[in-house]
Design a protein around this ligand. Structure first.
Ligand code: 26V
Length: 833
């Protein structure tokens, strides 16, 4: 390996579009010397990564510039996706893959004494999100770029993304993850794009009655752009993330020179706090205030940017044109403040009247709901809102007042329910609240759920009265995932087989073509190739587990995976209880009986919210069970239990292709959609699951014979909960046995009582098996027996696996985004020639 790239035979040449491997290598050498963040005399794998990324960035920036210029000239209607979360993961593989330069980069690095596989391992995940909602936003950006849509993402540049999870003997521990420690090679700081963002202050009324928000603290939002390349297109769009700072002129040099050092840097400290962490804990008032500041920073800066572009692109401004040029999609309620902010700008800054501003606002804004869990629906204190954003609070109150008038006038029969429907929740005079979801539903022209069942629940339950007022607003957009990251790049082996059998690689942008695999599902040759690719992925993942986690797993066992946020409703507890039952059963078997079982490796991964005690107990139980099972010489050849620490996008890219069975077992009606279910099915992993979220549509598409179904239906859940409360439920003896086994300290003396108590129906503790683990336990065990039986028949399993992939066409985010573009945004393609 060349320790110094300048000593290699390759000259340093700066060229954004080199094309061949020699040109690529020359460009990498150039960056290792002239734009590296490290000593130019070192060219170890880390330097190689940064130089490689810098060279890829050149190509992206060139395309990004062309795209921006093209959009500017064509002036199409643009869509802006506002999200507090983007879970981008790594970018290198995706970028060179989308540019069609994977081979050139691999060859170039070989010339320079490096290996692309090792180089890409150097990249840190950009984890500016928690889970499904953030990853969905990132898949959407990929599809928007690939579909040549004039679209932008807007987010925040948190210094610390989602915490790093370490598993110790105490269970989960959280540590700050500084993804910017050695800077991100992808972002472009835009010193020419800054906006003032105000907090606190007061509302001043002019002599002509016009209102103006003045005073308070003014910070600056600085833009960073992350280029997002489309696949097989020049179009490269932008994820613009904002950083809060204080302009130099606001630094109090006099105070500082007078020795008041801390006082002088106060404002800077406050600015730093805004973009310090994703989801600052909100158990304290300060924590809540900070989160609200973050939300407003995103909305204020993004809208100023949108206005500036709108104005820049035309001479005379006709405000009624605004909704014909701008669509804003709110990713959940987190960016709801865009609604009063848009009203404020139009009325106070641009001088429009209420009605005109309201028409523009509601025809511009659309809202996506991502959960029906009451504890996850945002409500802000009116007192805090009025203090931090006094003018916005006035506007929200006016929206609420007009909503009440509208209901009284048009739907008097709803008046008895009005209090529950209002935007302002004044039911507790001590704690008056703003219901952000209601503000969205009242204001936006479109409200969508993320899977068919979820959208039906929104119409029939959560927002039923709003639905009766405005049925035309409500629609469904079933989620999707990008086939580039989640099949083409994460499983090149399986992709090559698919391309070979379909005789085209067009499935990468037209995922419906996968249905062409159906006719070969029973073909022995394909089944063998399929099995070999899956096995290669299992071996790769086993290597990772050994190297990174230090556990040895046997790739010949059934790989059974549940990876997602740890939450009671997702029921990792149901999974581990059944594993315990399996352990007991195997332990009691004779050696001959054991030899007849299907050996399994059951893997869990996911982070528990730092303050969510029950979720953390579940993590602890999984690791404790693993310690016992894996060290039991009689059982461990047949069963292993692994907790994969620090689950993130990169781990998912390794685990999903290696999976044969995946678990999507939420209590019916509680998982809005799920998106990993789509990634697993796409990769030929069979699903064991409930009729919840997108599982229902996946099962429809891949065929019910290819899905291990169990569990209560969403319609039955309320009745079952009631019966549970009334003590009418008779638990399966195996359920009792498993709980007793944990109580017997078989897995150590950690206090699991709060977990076990919550599974009792009538103790008054918690919500009395609210998630119906006991109810669904026997059906789940039966479904698991079916899994084992089926796995013994390899031909059958392979056929089901191929049919899972073949039936996954619908779950491309390209399909989802086309539907948003056509049915909500009315935005068309704008392809760079
Ligand atoms: C957040 C919280 C925070 C407080 C504790 C309880 C709790 C429960 C749920 C949530 C989720 C908030 C929204 C969210 O992430 N929804 C996810 O969105 C995905 C993309 O649409 C979807 O696939 C998942 O089903 C949905 O949970």
């Amino acid at each position: 390996m060349a320790s110094n790239a300048s000593e290699s035979a390759v000259p340093a040449i700066a060229h954004p579009t080199p094309g061949d491997s020699f040109g690529v290598a020359a460009n990498i050498v150039y960056h290792s010397q002239f734009s590296s963040r490290f000593s130019p005399f070192k060219f170890e794998v880390e330097q190689a990564f940064y130089a490689t990324a810098a060279s890829v960035k050149d190509a992206l920036v060139q395309r990004w510039n062309e795209t921006y210029k093209h959009f500017h000239e064509e002036d199409p209607k643009q869509v802006y996706y506002l999200s507090m979360e983007f879970l981008q993961g790594r970018a290198l593989t995706n970028a060179i893959g989308n540019l069609g330069l994977s081979d050139a980069y691999a060859a170039a690095l070989t010339k320079l004494g490096h290996d692309l596989e090792n180089v890409r391992e150097q990249e840190k995940d950009a984890a500016l999100g928690n889970g499904g909602l953030g990853r969905l936003a990132s898949c959407f950006l990929d599809s928007m770029a690939t579909l040549d849509l004039p679209a932008w993402g807007y987010g925040l540049r948190y210094k610390y993304g989602l915490f790093k999870q370490i598993i110790s003997s105490k269970g989960q521990e959280e540590y700050a993850e500084d993804w910017l420690e050695k800077s991100s090679p992808w972002e472009i700081v835009r010193h020419d794009v800054t906006y003032p963002v105000r907090f606190f202050g007061e509302v001043q009324v002019d002599s002509d009655g016009r209102r103006k928000w003045i005073g308070g603290e003014v910070m600056q939002a600085l833009a960073y752009d992350i280029p997002i390349p489309g696949y097989n297109t020049k179009n490269t769009i932008s994820l613009r993330i904002w950083e809060a700072r204080v302009p130099a002129e606001d630094f109090d040099l006099y105070a500082f020179n007078a020795g008041k050092h801390e006082e002088a840097v106060q404002l800077q400290l406050k600015a730093d706090q805004i973009c310090s962490v994703l989801y600052p804990g909100d158990s304290t008032e300060d924590g809540k205030l900070l989160r609200l500041k973050q939300q407003y920073m995103l909305c204020s800066a993004s809208l100023q940017d949108i206005f500036s572009r709108f104005k820049e692109r035309r001479g005379a401004i006709s405000w009624d044109e605004f909704p014909n040029k701008v669509a804003v999609q709110l990713n959940d309620t987190h960016p709801t403040l865009a609604i009063p902010e848009l009203m404020r700008i139009l009325m106070d800054d641009e001088g429009l009247g209420w009605d005109q501003a309201w028409n523009i606002t509601s025809s511009t804004i659309a809202y996506t709901n991502h959960t029906v869990l009451p504890e996850a629906l945002e409500k802000w204190s009116q007192v805090v809102m009025a203090k931090l954003l006094p003018r916005h609070m006035e506007i929200i109150a006016e929206i609420d007042k007009r909503f009440q008038v509208l209901v009284a006038r048009t739907r008097p029969e709803l008046e008895s329910k009005l209090e529950a429907l209002q935007v302002l929740d004044n039911s507790n005079p001590e704690k008056k609240l703003v219901r952000m979801a209601h503000l969205c539903v009242v204001s936006a022209h479109s409200v969508n759920g993320v899977a068919e069942l979820h959208s039906e629940i929104l119409k029939k339950e959560l927002f039923s009265d709003f639905y009766s007022l405005w049925p035309e607003k409500f629609n469904n957009k079933t989620n999707g995932v990008t086939p580039r990251r989640w099949l083409r790049f994460c499983s090149p082996e399986l992709s090559a087989i698919i391309t070979k059998w379909l005789r085209t690689d067009k499935w990468v942008t037209n995922l419906d073509l996968l249905s062409g695999l159906r006719e070969f599902a029973e073909n022995k040759q394909l089944q063998e190739e399929w099995n070999a690719a899956k096995l290669a992925n299992k071996v790769r993942f086993a290597d990772y587990l050994l190297k990174v986690v230090g556990v040895e797993v046997n790739p010949q066992t059934l790989f059974d995976i549940q990876i997602k946020r740890i939450h009671e409703y997702k029921r990792q507890l149901l999974n581990i209880l059944s594993v315990i039952y399996r352990y007991k059963t195997i332990k009691e078997m004779s050696p001959e009986e054991r030899a007849n079982t299907v050996p399994r490796t059951v893997m869990f991964g996911g982070k528990a919210f730092a303050t969510y005690a029950q979720a953390k107990r579940i993590v602890k139980l999984v690791t404790d069970v693993g310690a016992v099972v894996n060290n039991d010489p009689n059982v461990s050849p047949h069963l292993k239990v692994v907790f994969i620490p620090n689950y993130n996008v990169t781990v998912a890219e390794l685990a999903i292709p290696a999976s044969e069975l995946s678990q999507h077992i939420s209590t019916a009606g509680m998982e809005a959609s799920g998106t990993s279910n789509m990634k697993f099915a796409l990769n030929g992993s069979l699903i064991i699951g409930t009729l919840d979220g997108a599982n229902i549509e996946i099962r429809e598409e891949i065929g019910e014979d290819n899905f291990f179904l169990f569990g209560a239906r969403a319609d039955d859940v309320p009745r079952l909960r009631k019966e549970r409360e009334q003590g009418k439920f008779v638990p399966d003896p195996r359920f009792e046995e498993v709980k007793d086994f944990i109580r017997s300290k078989a897995f150590g003396d950690f206090d699991y009582e709060p977990l076990l108590e919550a599974l009792e129906g009538d103790t008054g503790y918690g919500r009395g098996d609210y998630f119906l683990v006991g109810q669904d336990f026997p059906g789940y065990l039966d479904a698991q027996d079916k899994v084992d039986e089926t796995y013994k028949n390899r031909a059958k399993w392979m056929k089901m696996s191929i049919l899972s992939t073949a039936g996954s066409g619908k779950f491309s985010s390209d399909r989802t985004i086309s539907q948003y573009a056509n049915e909500i945004w009315q935005v068309g393609q704008c392809r760079v020639p």
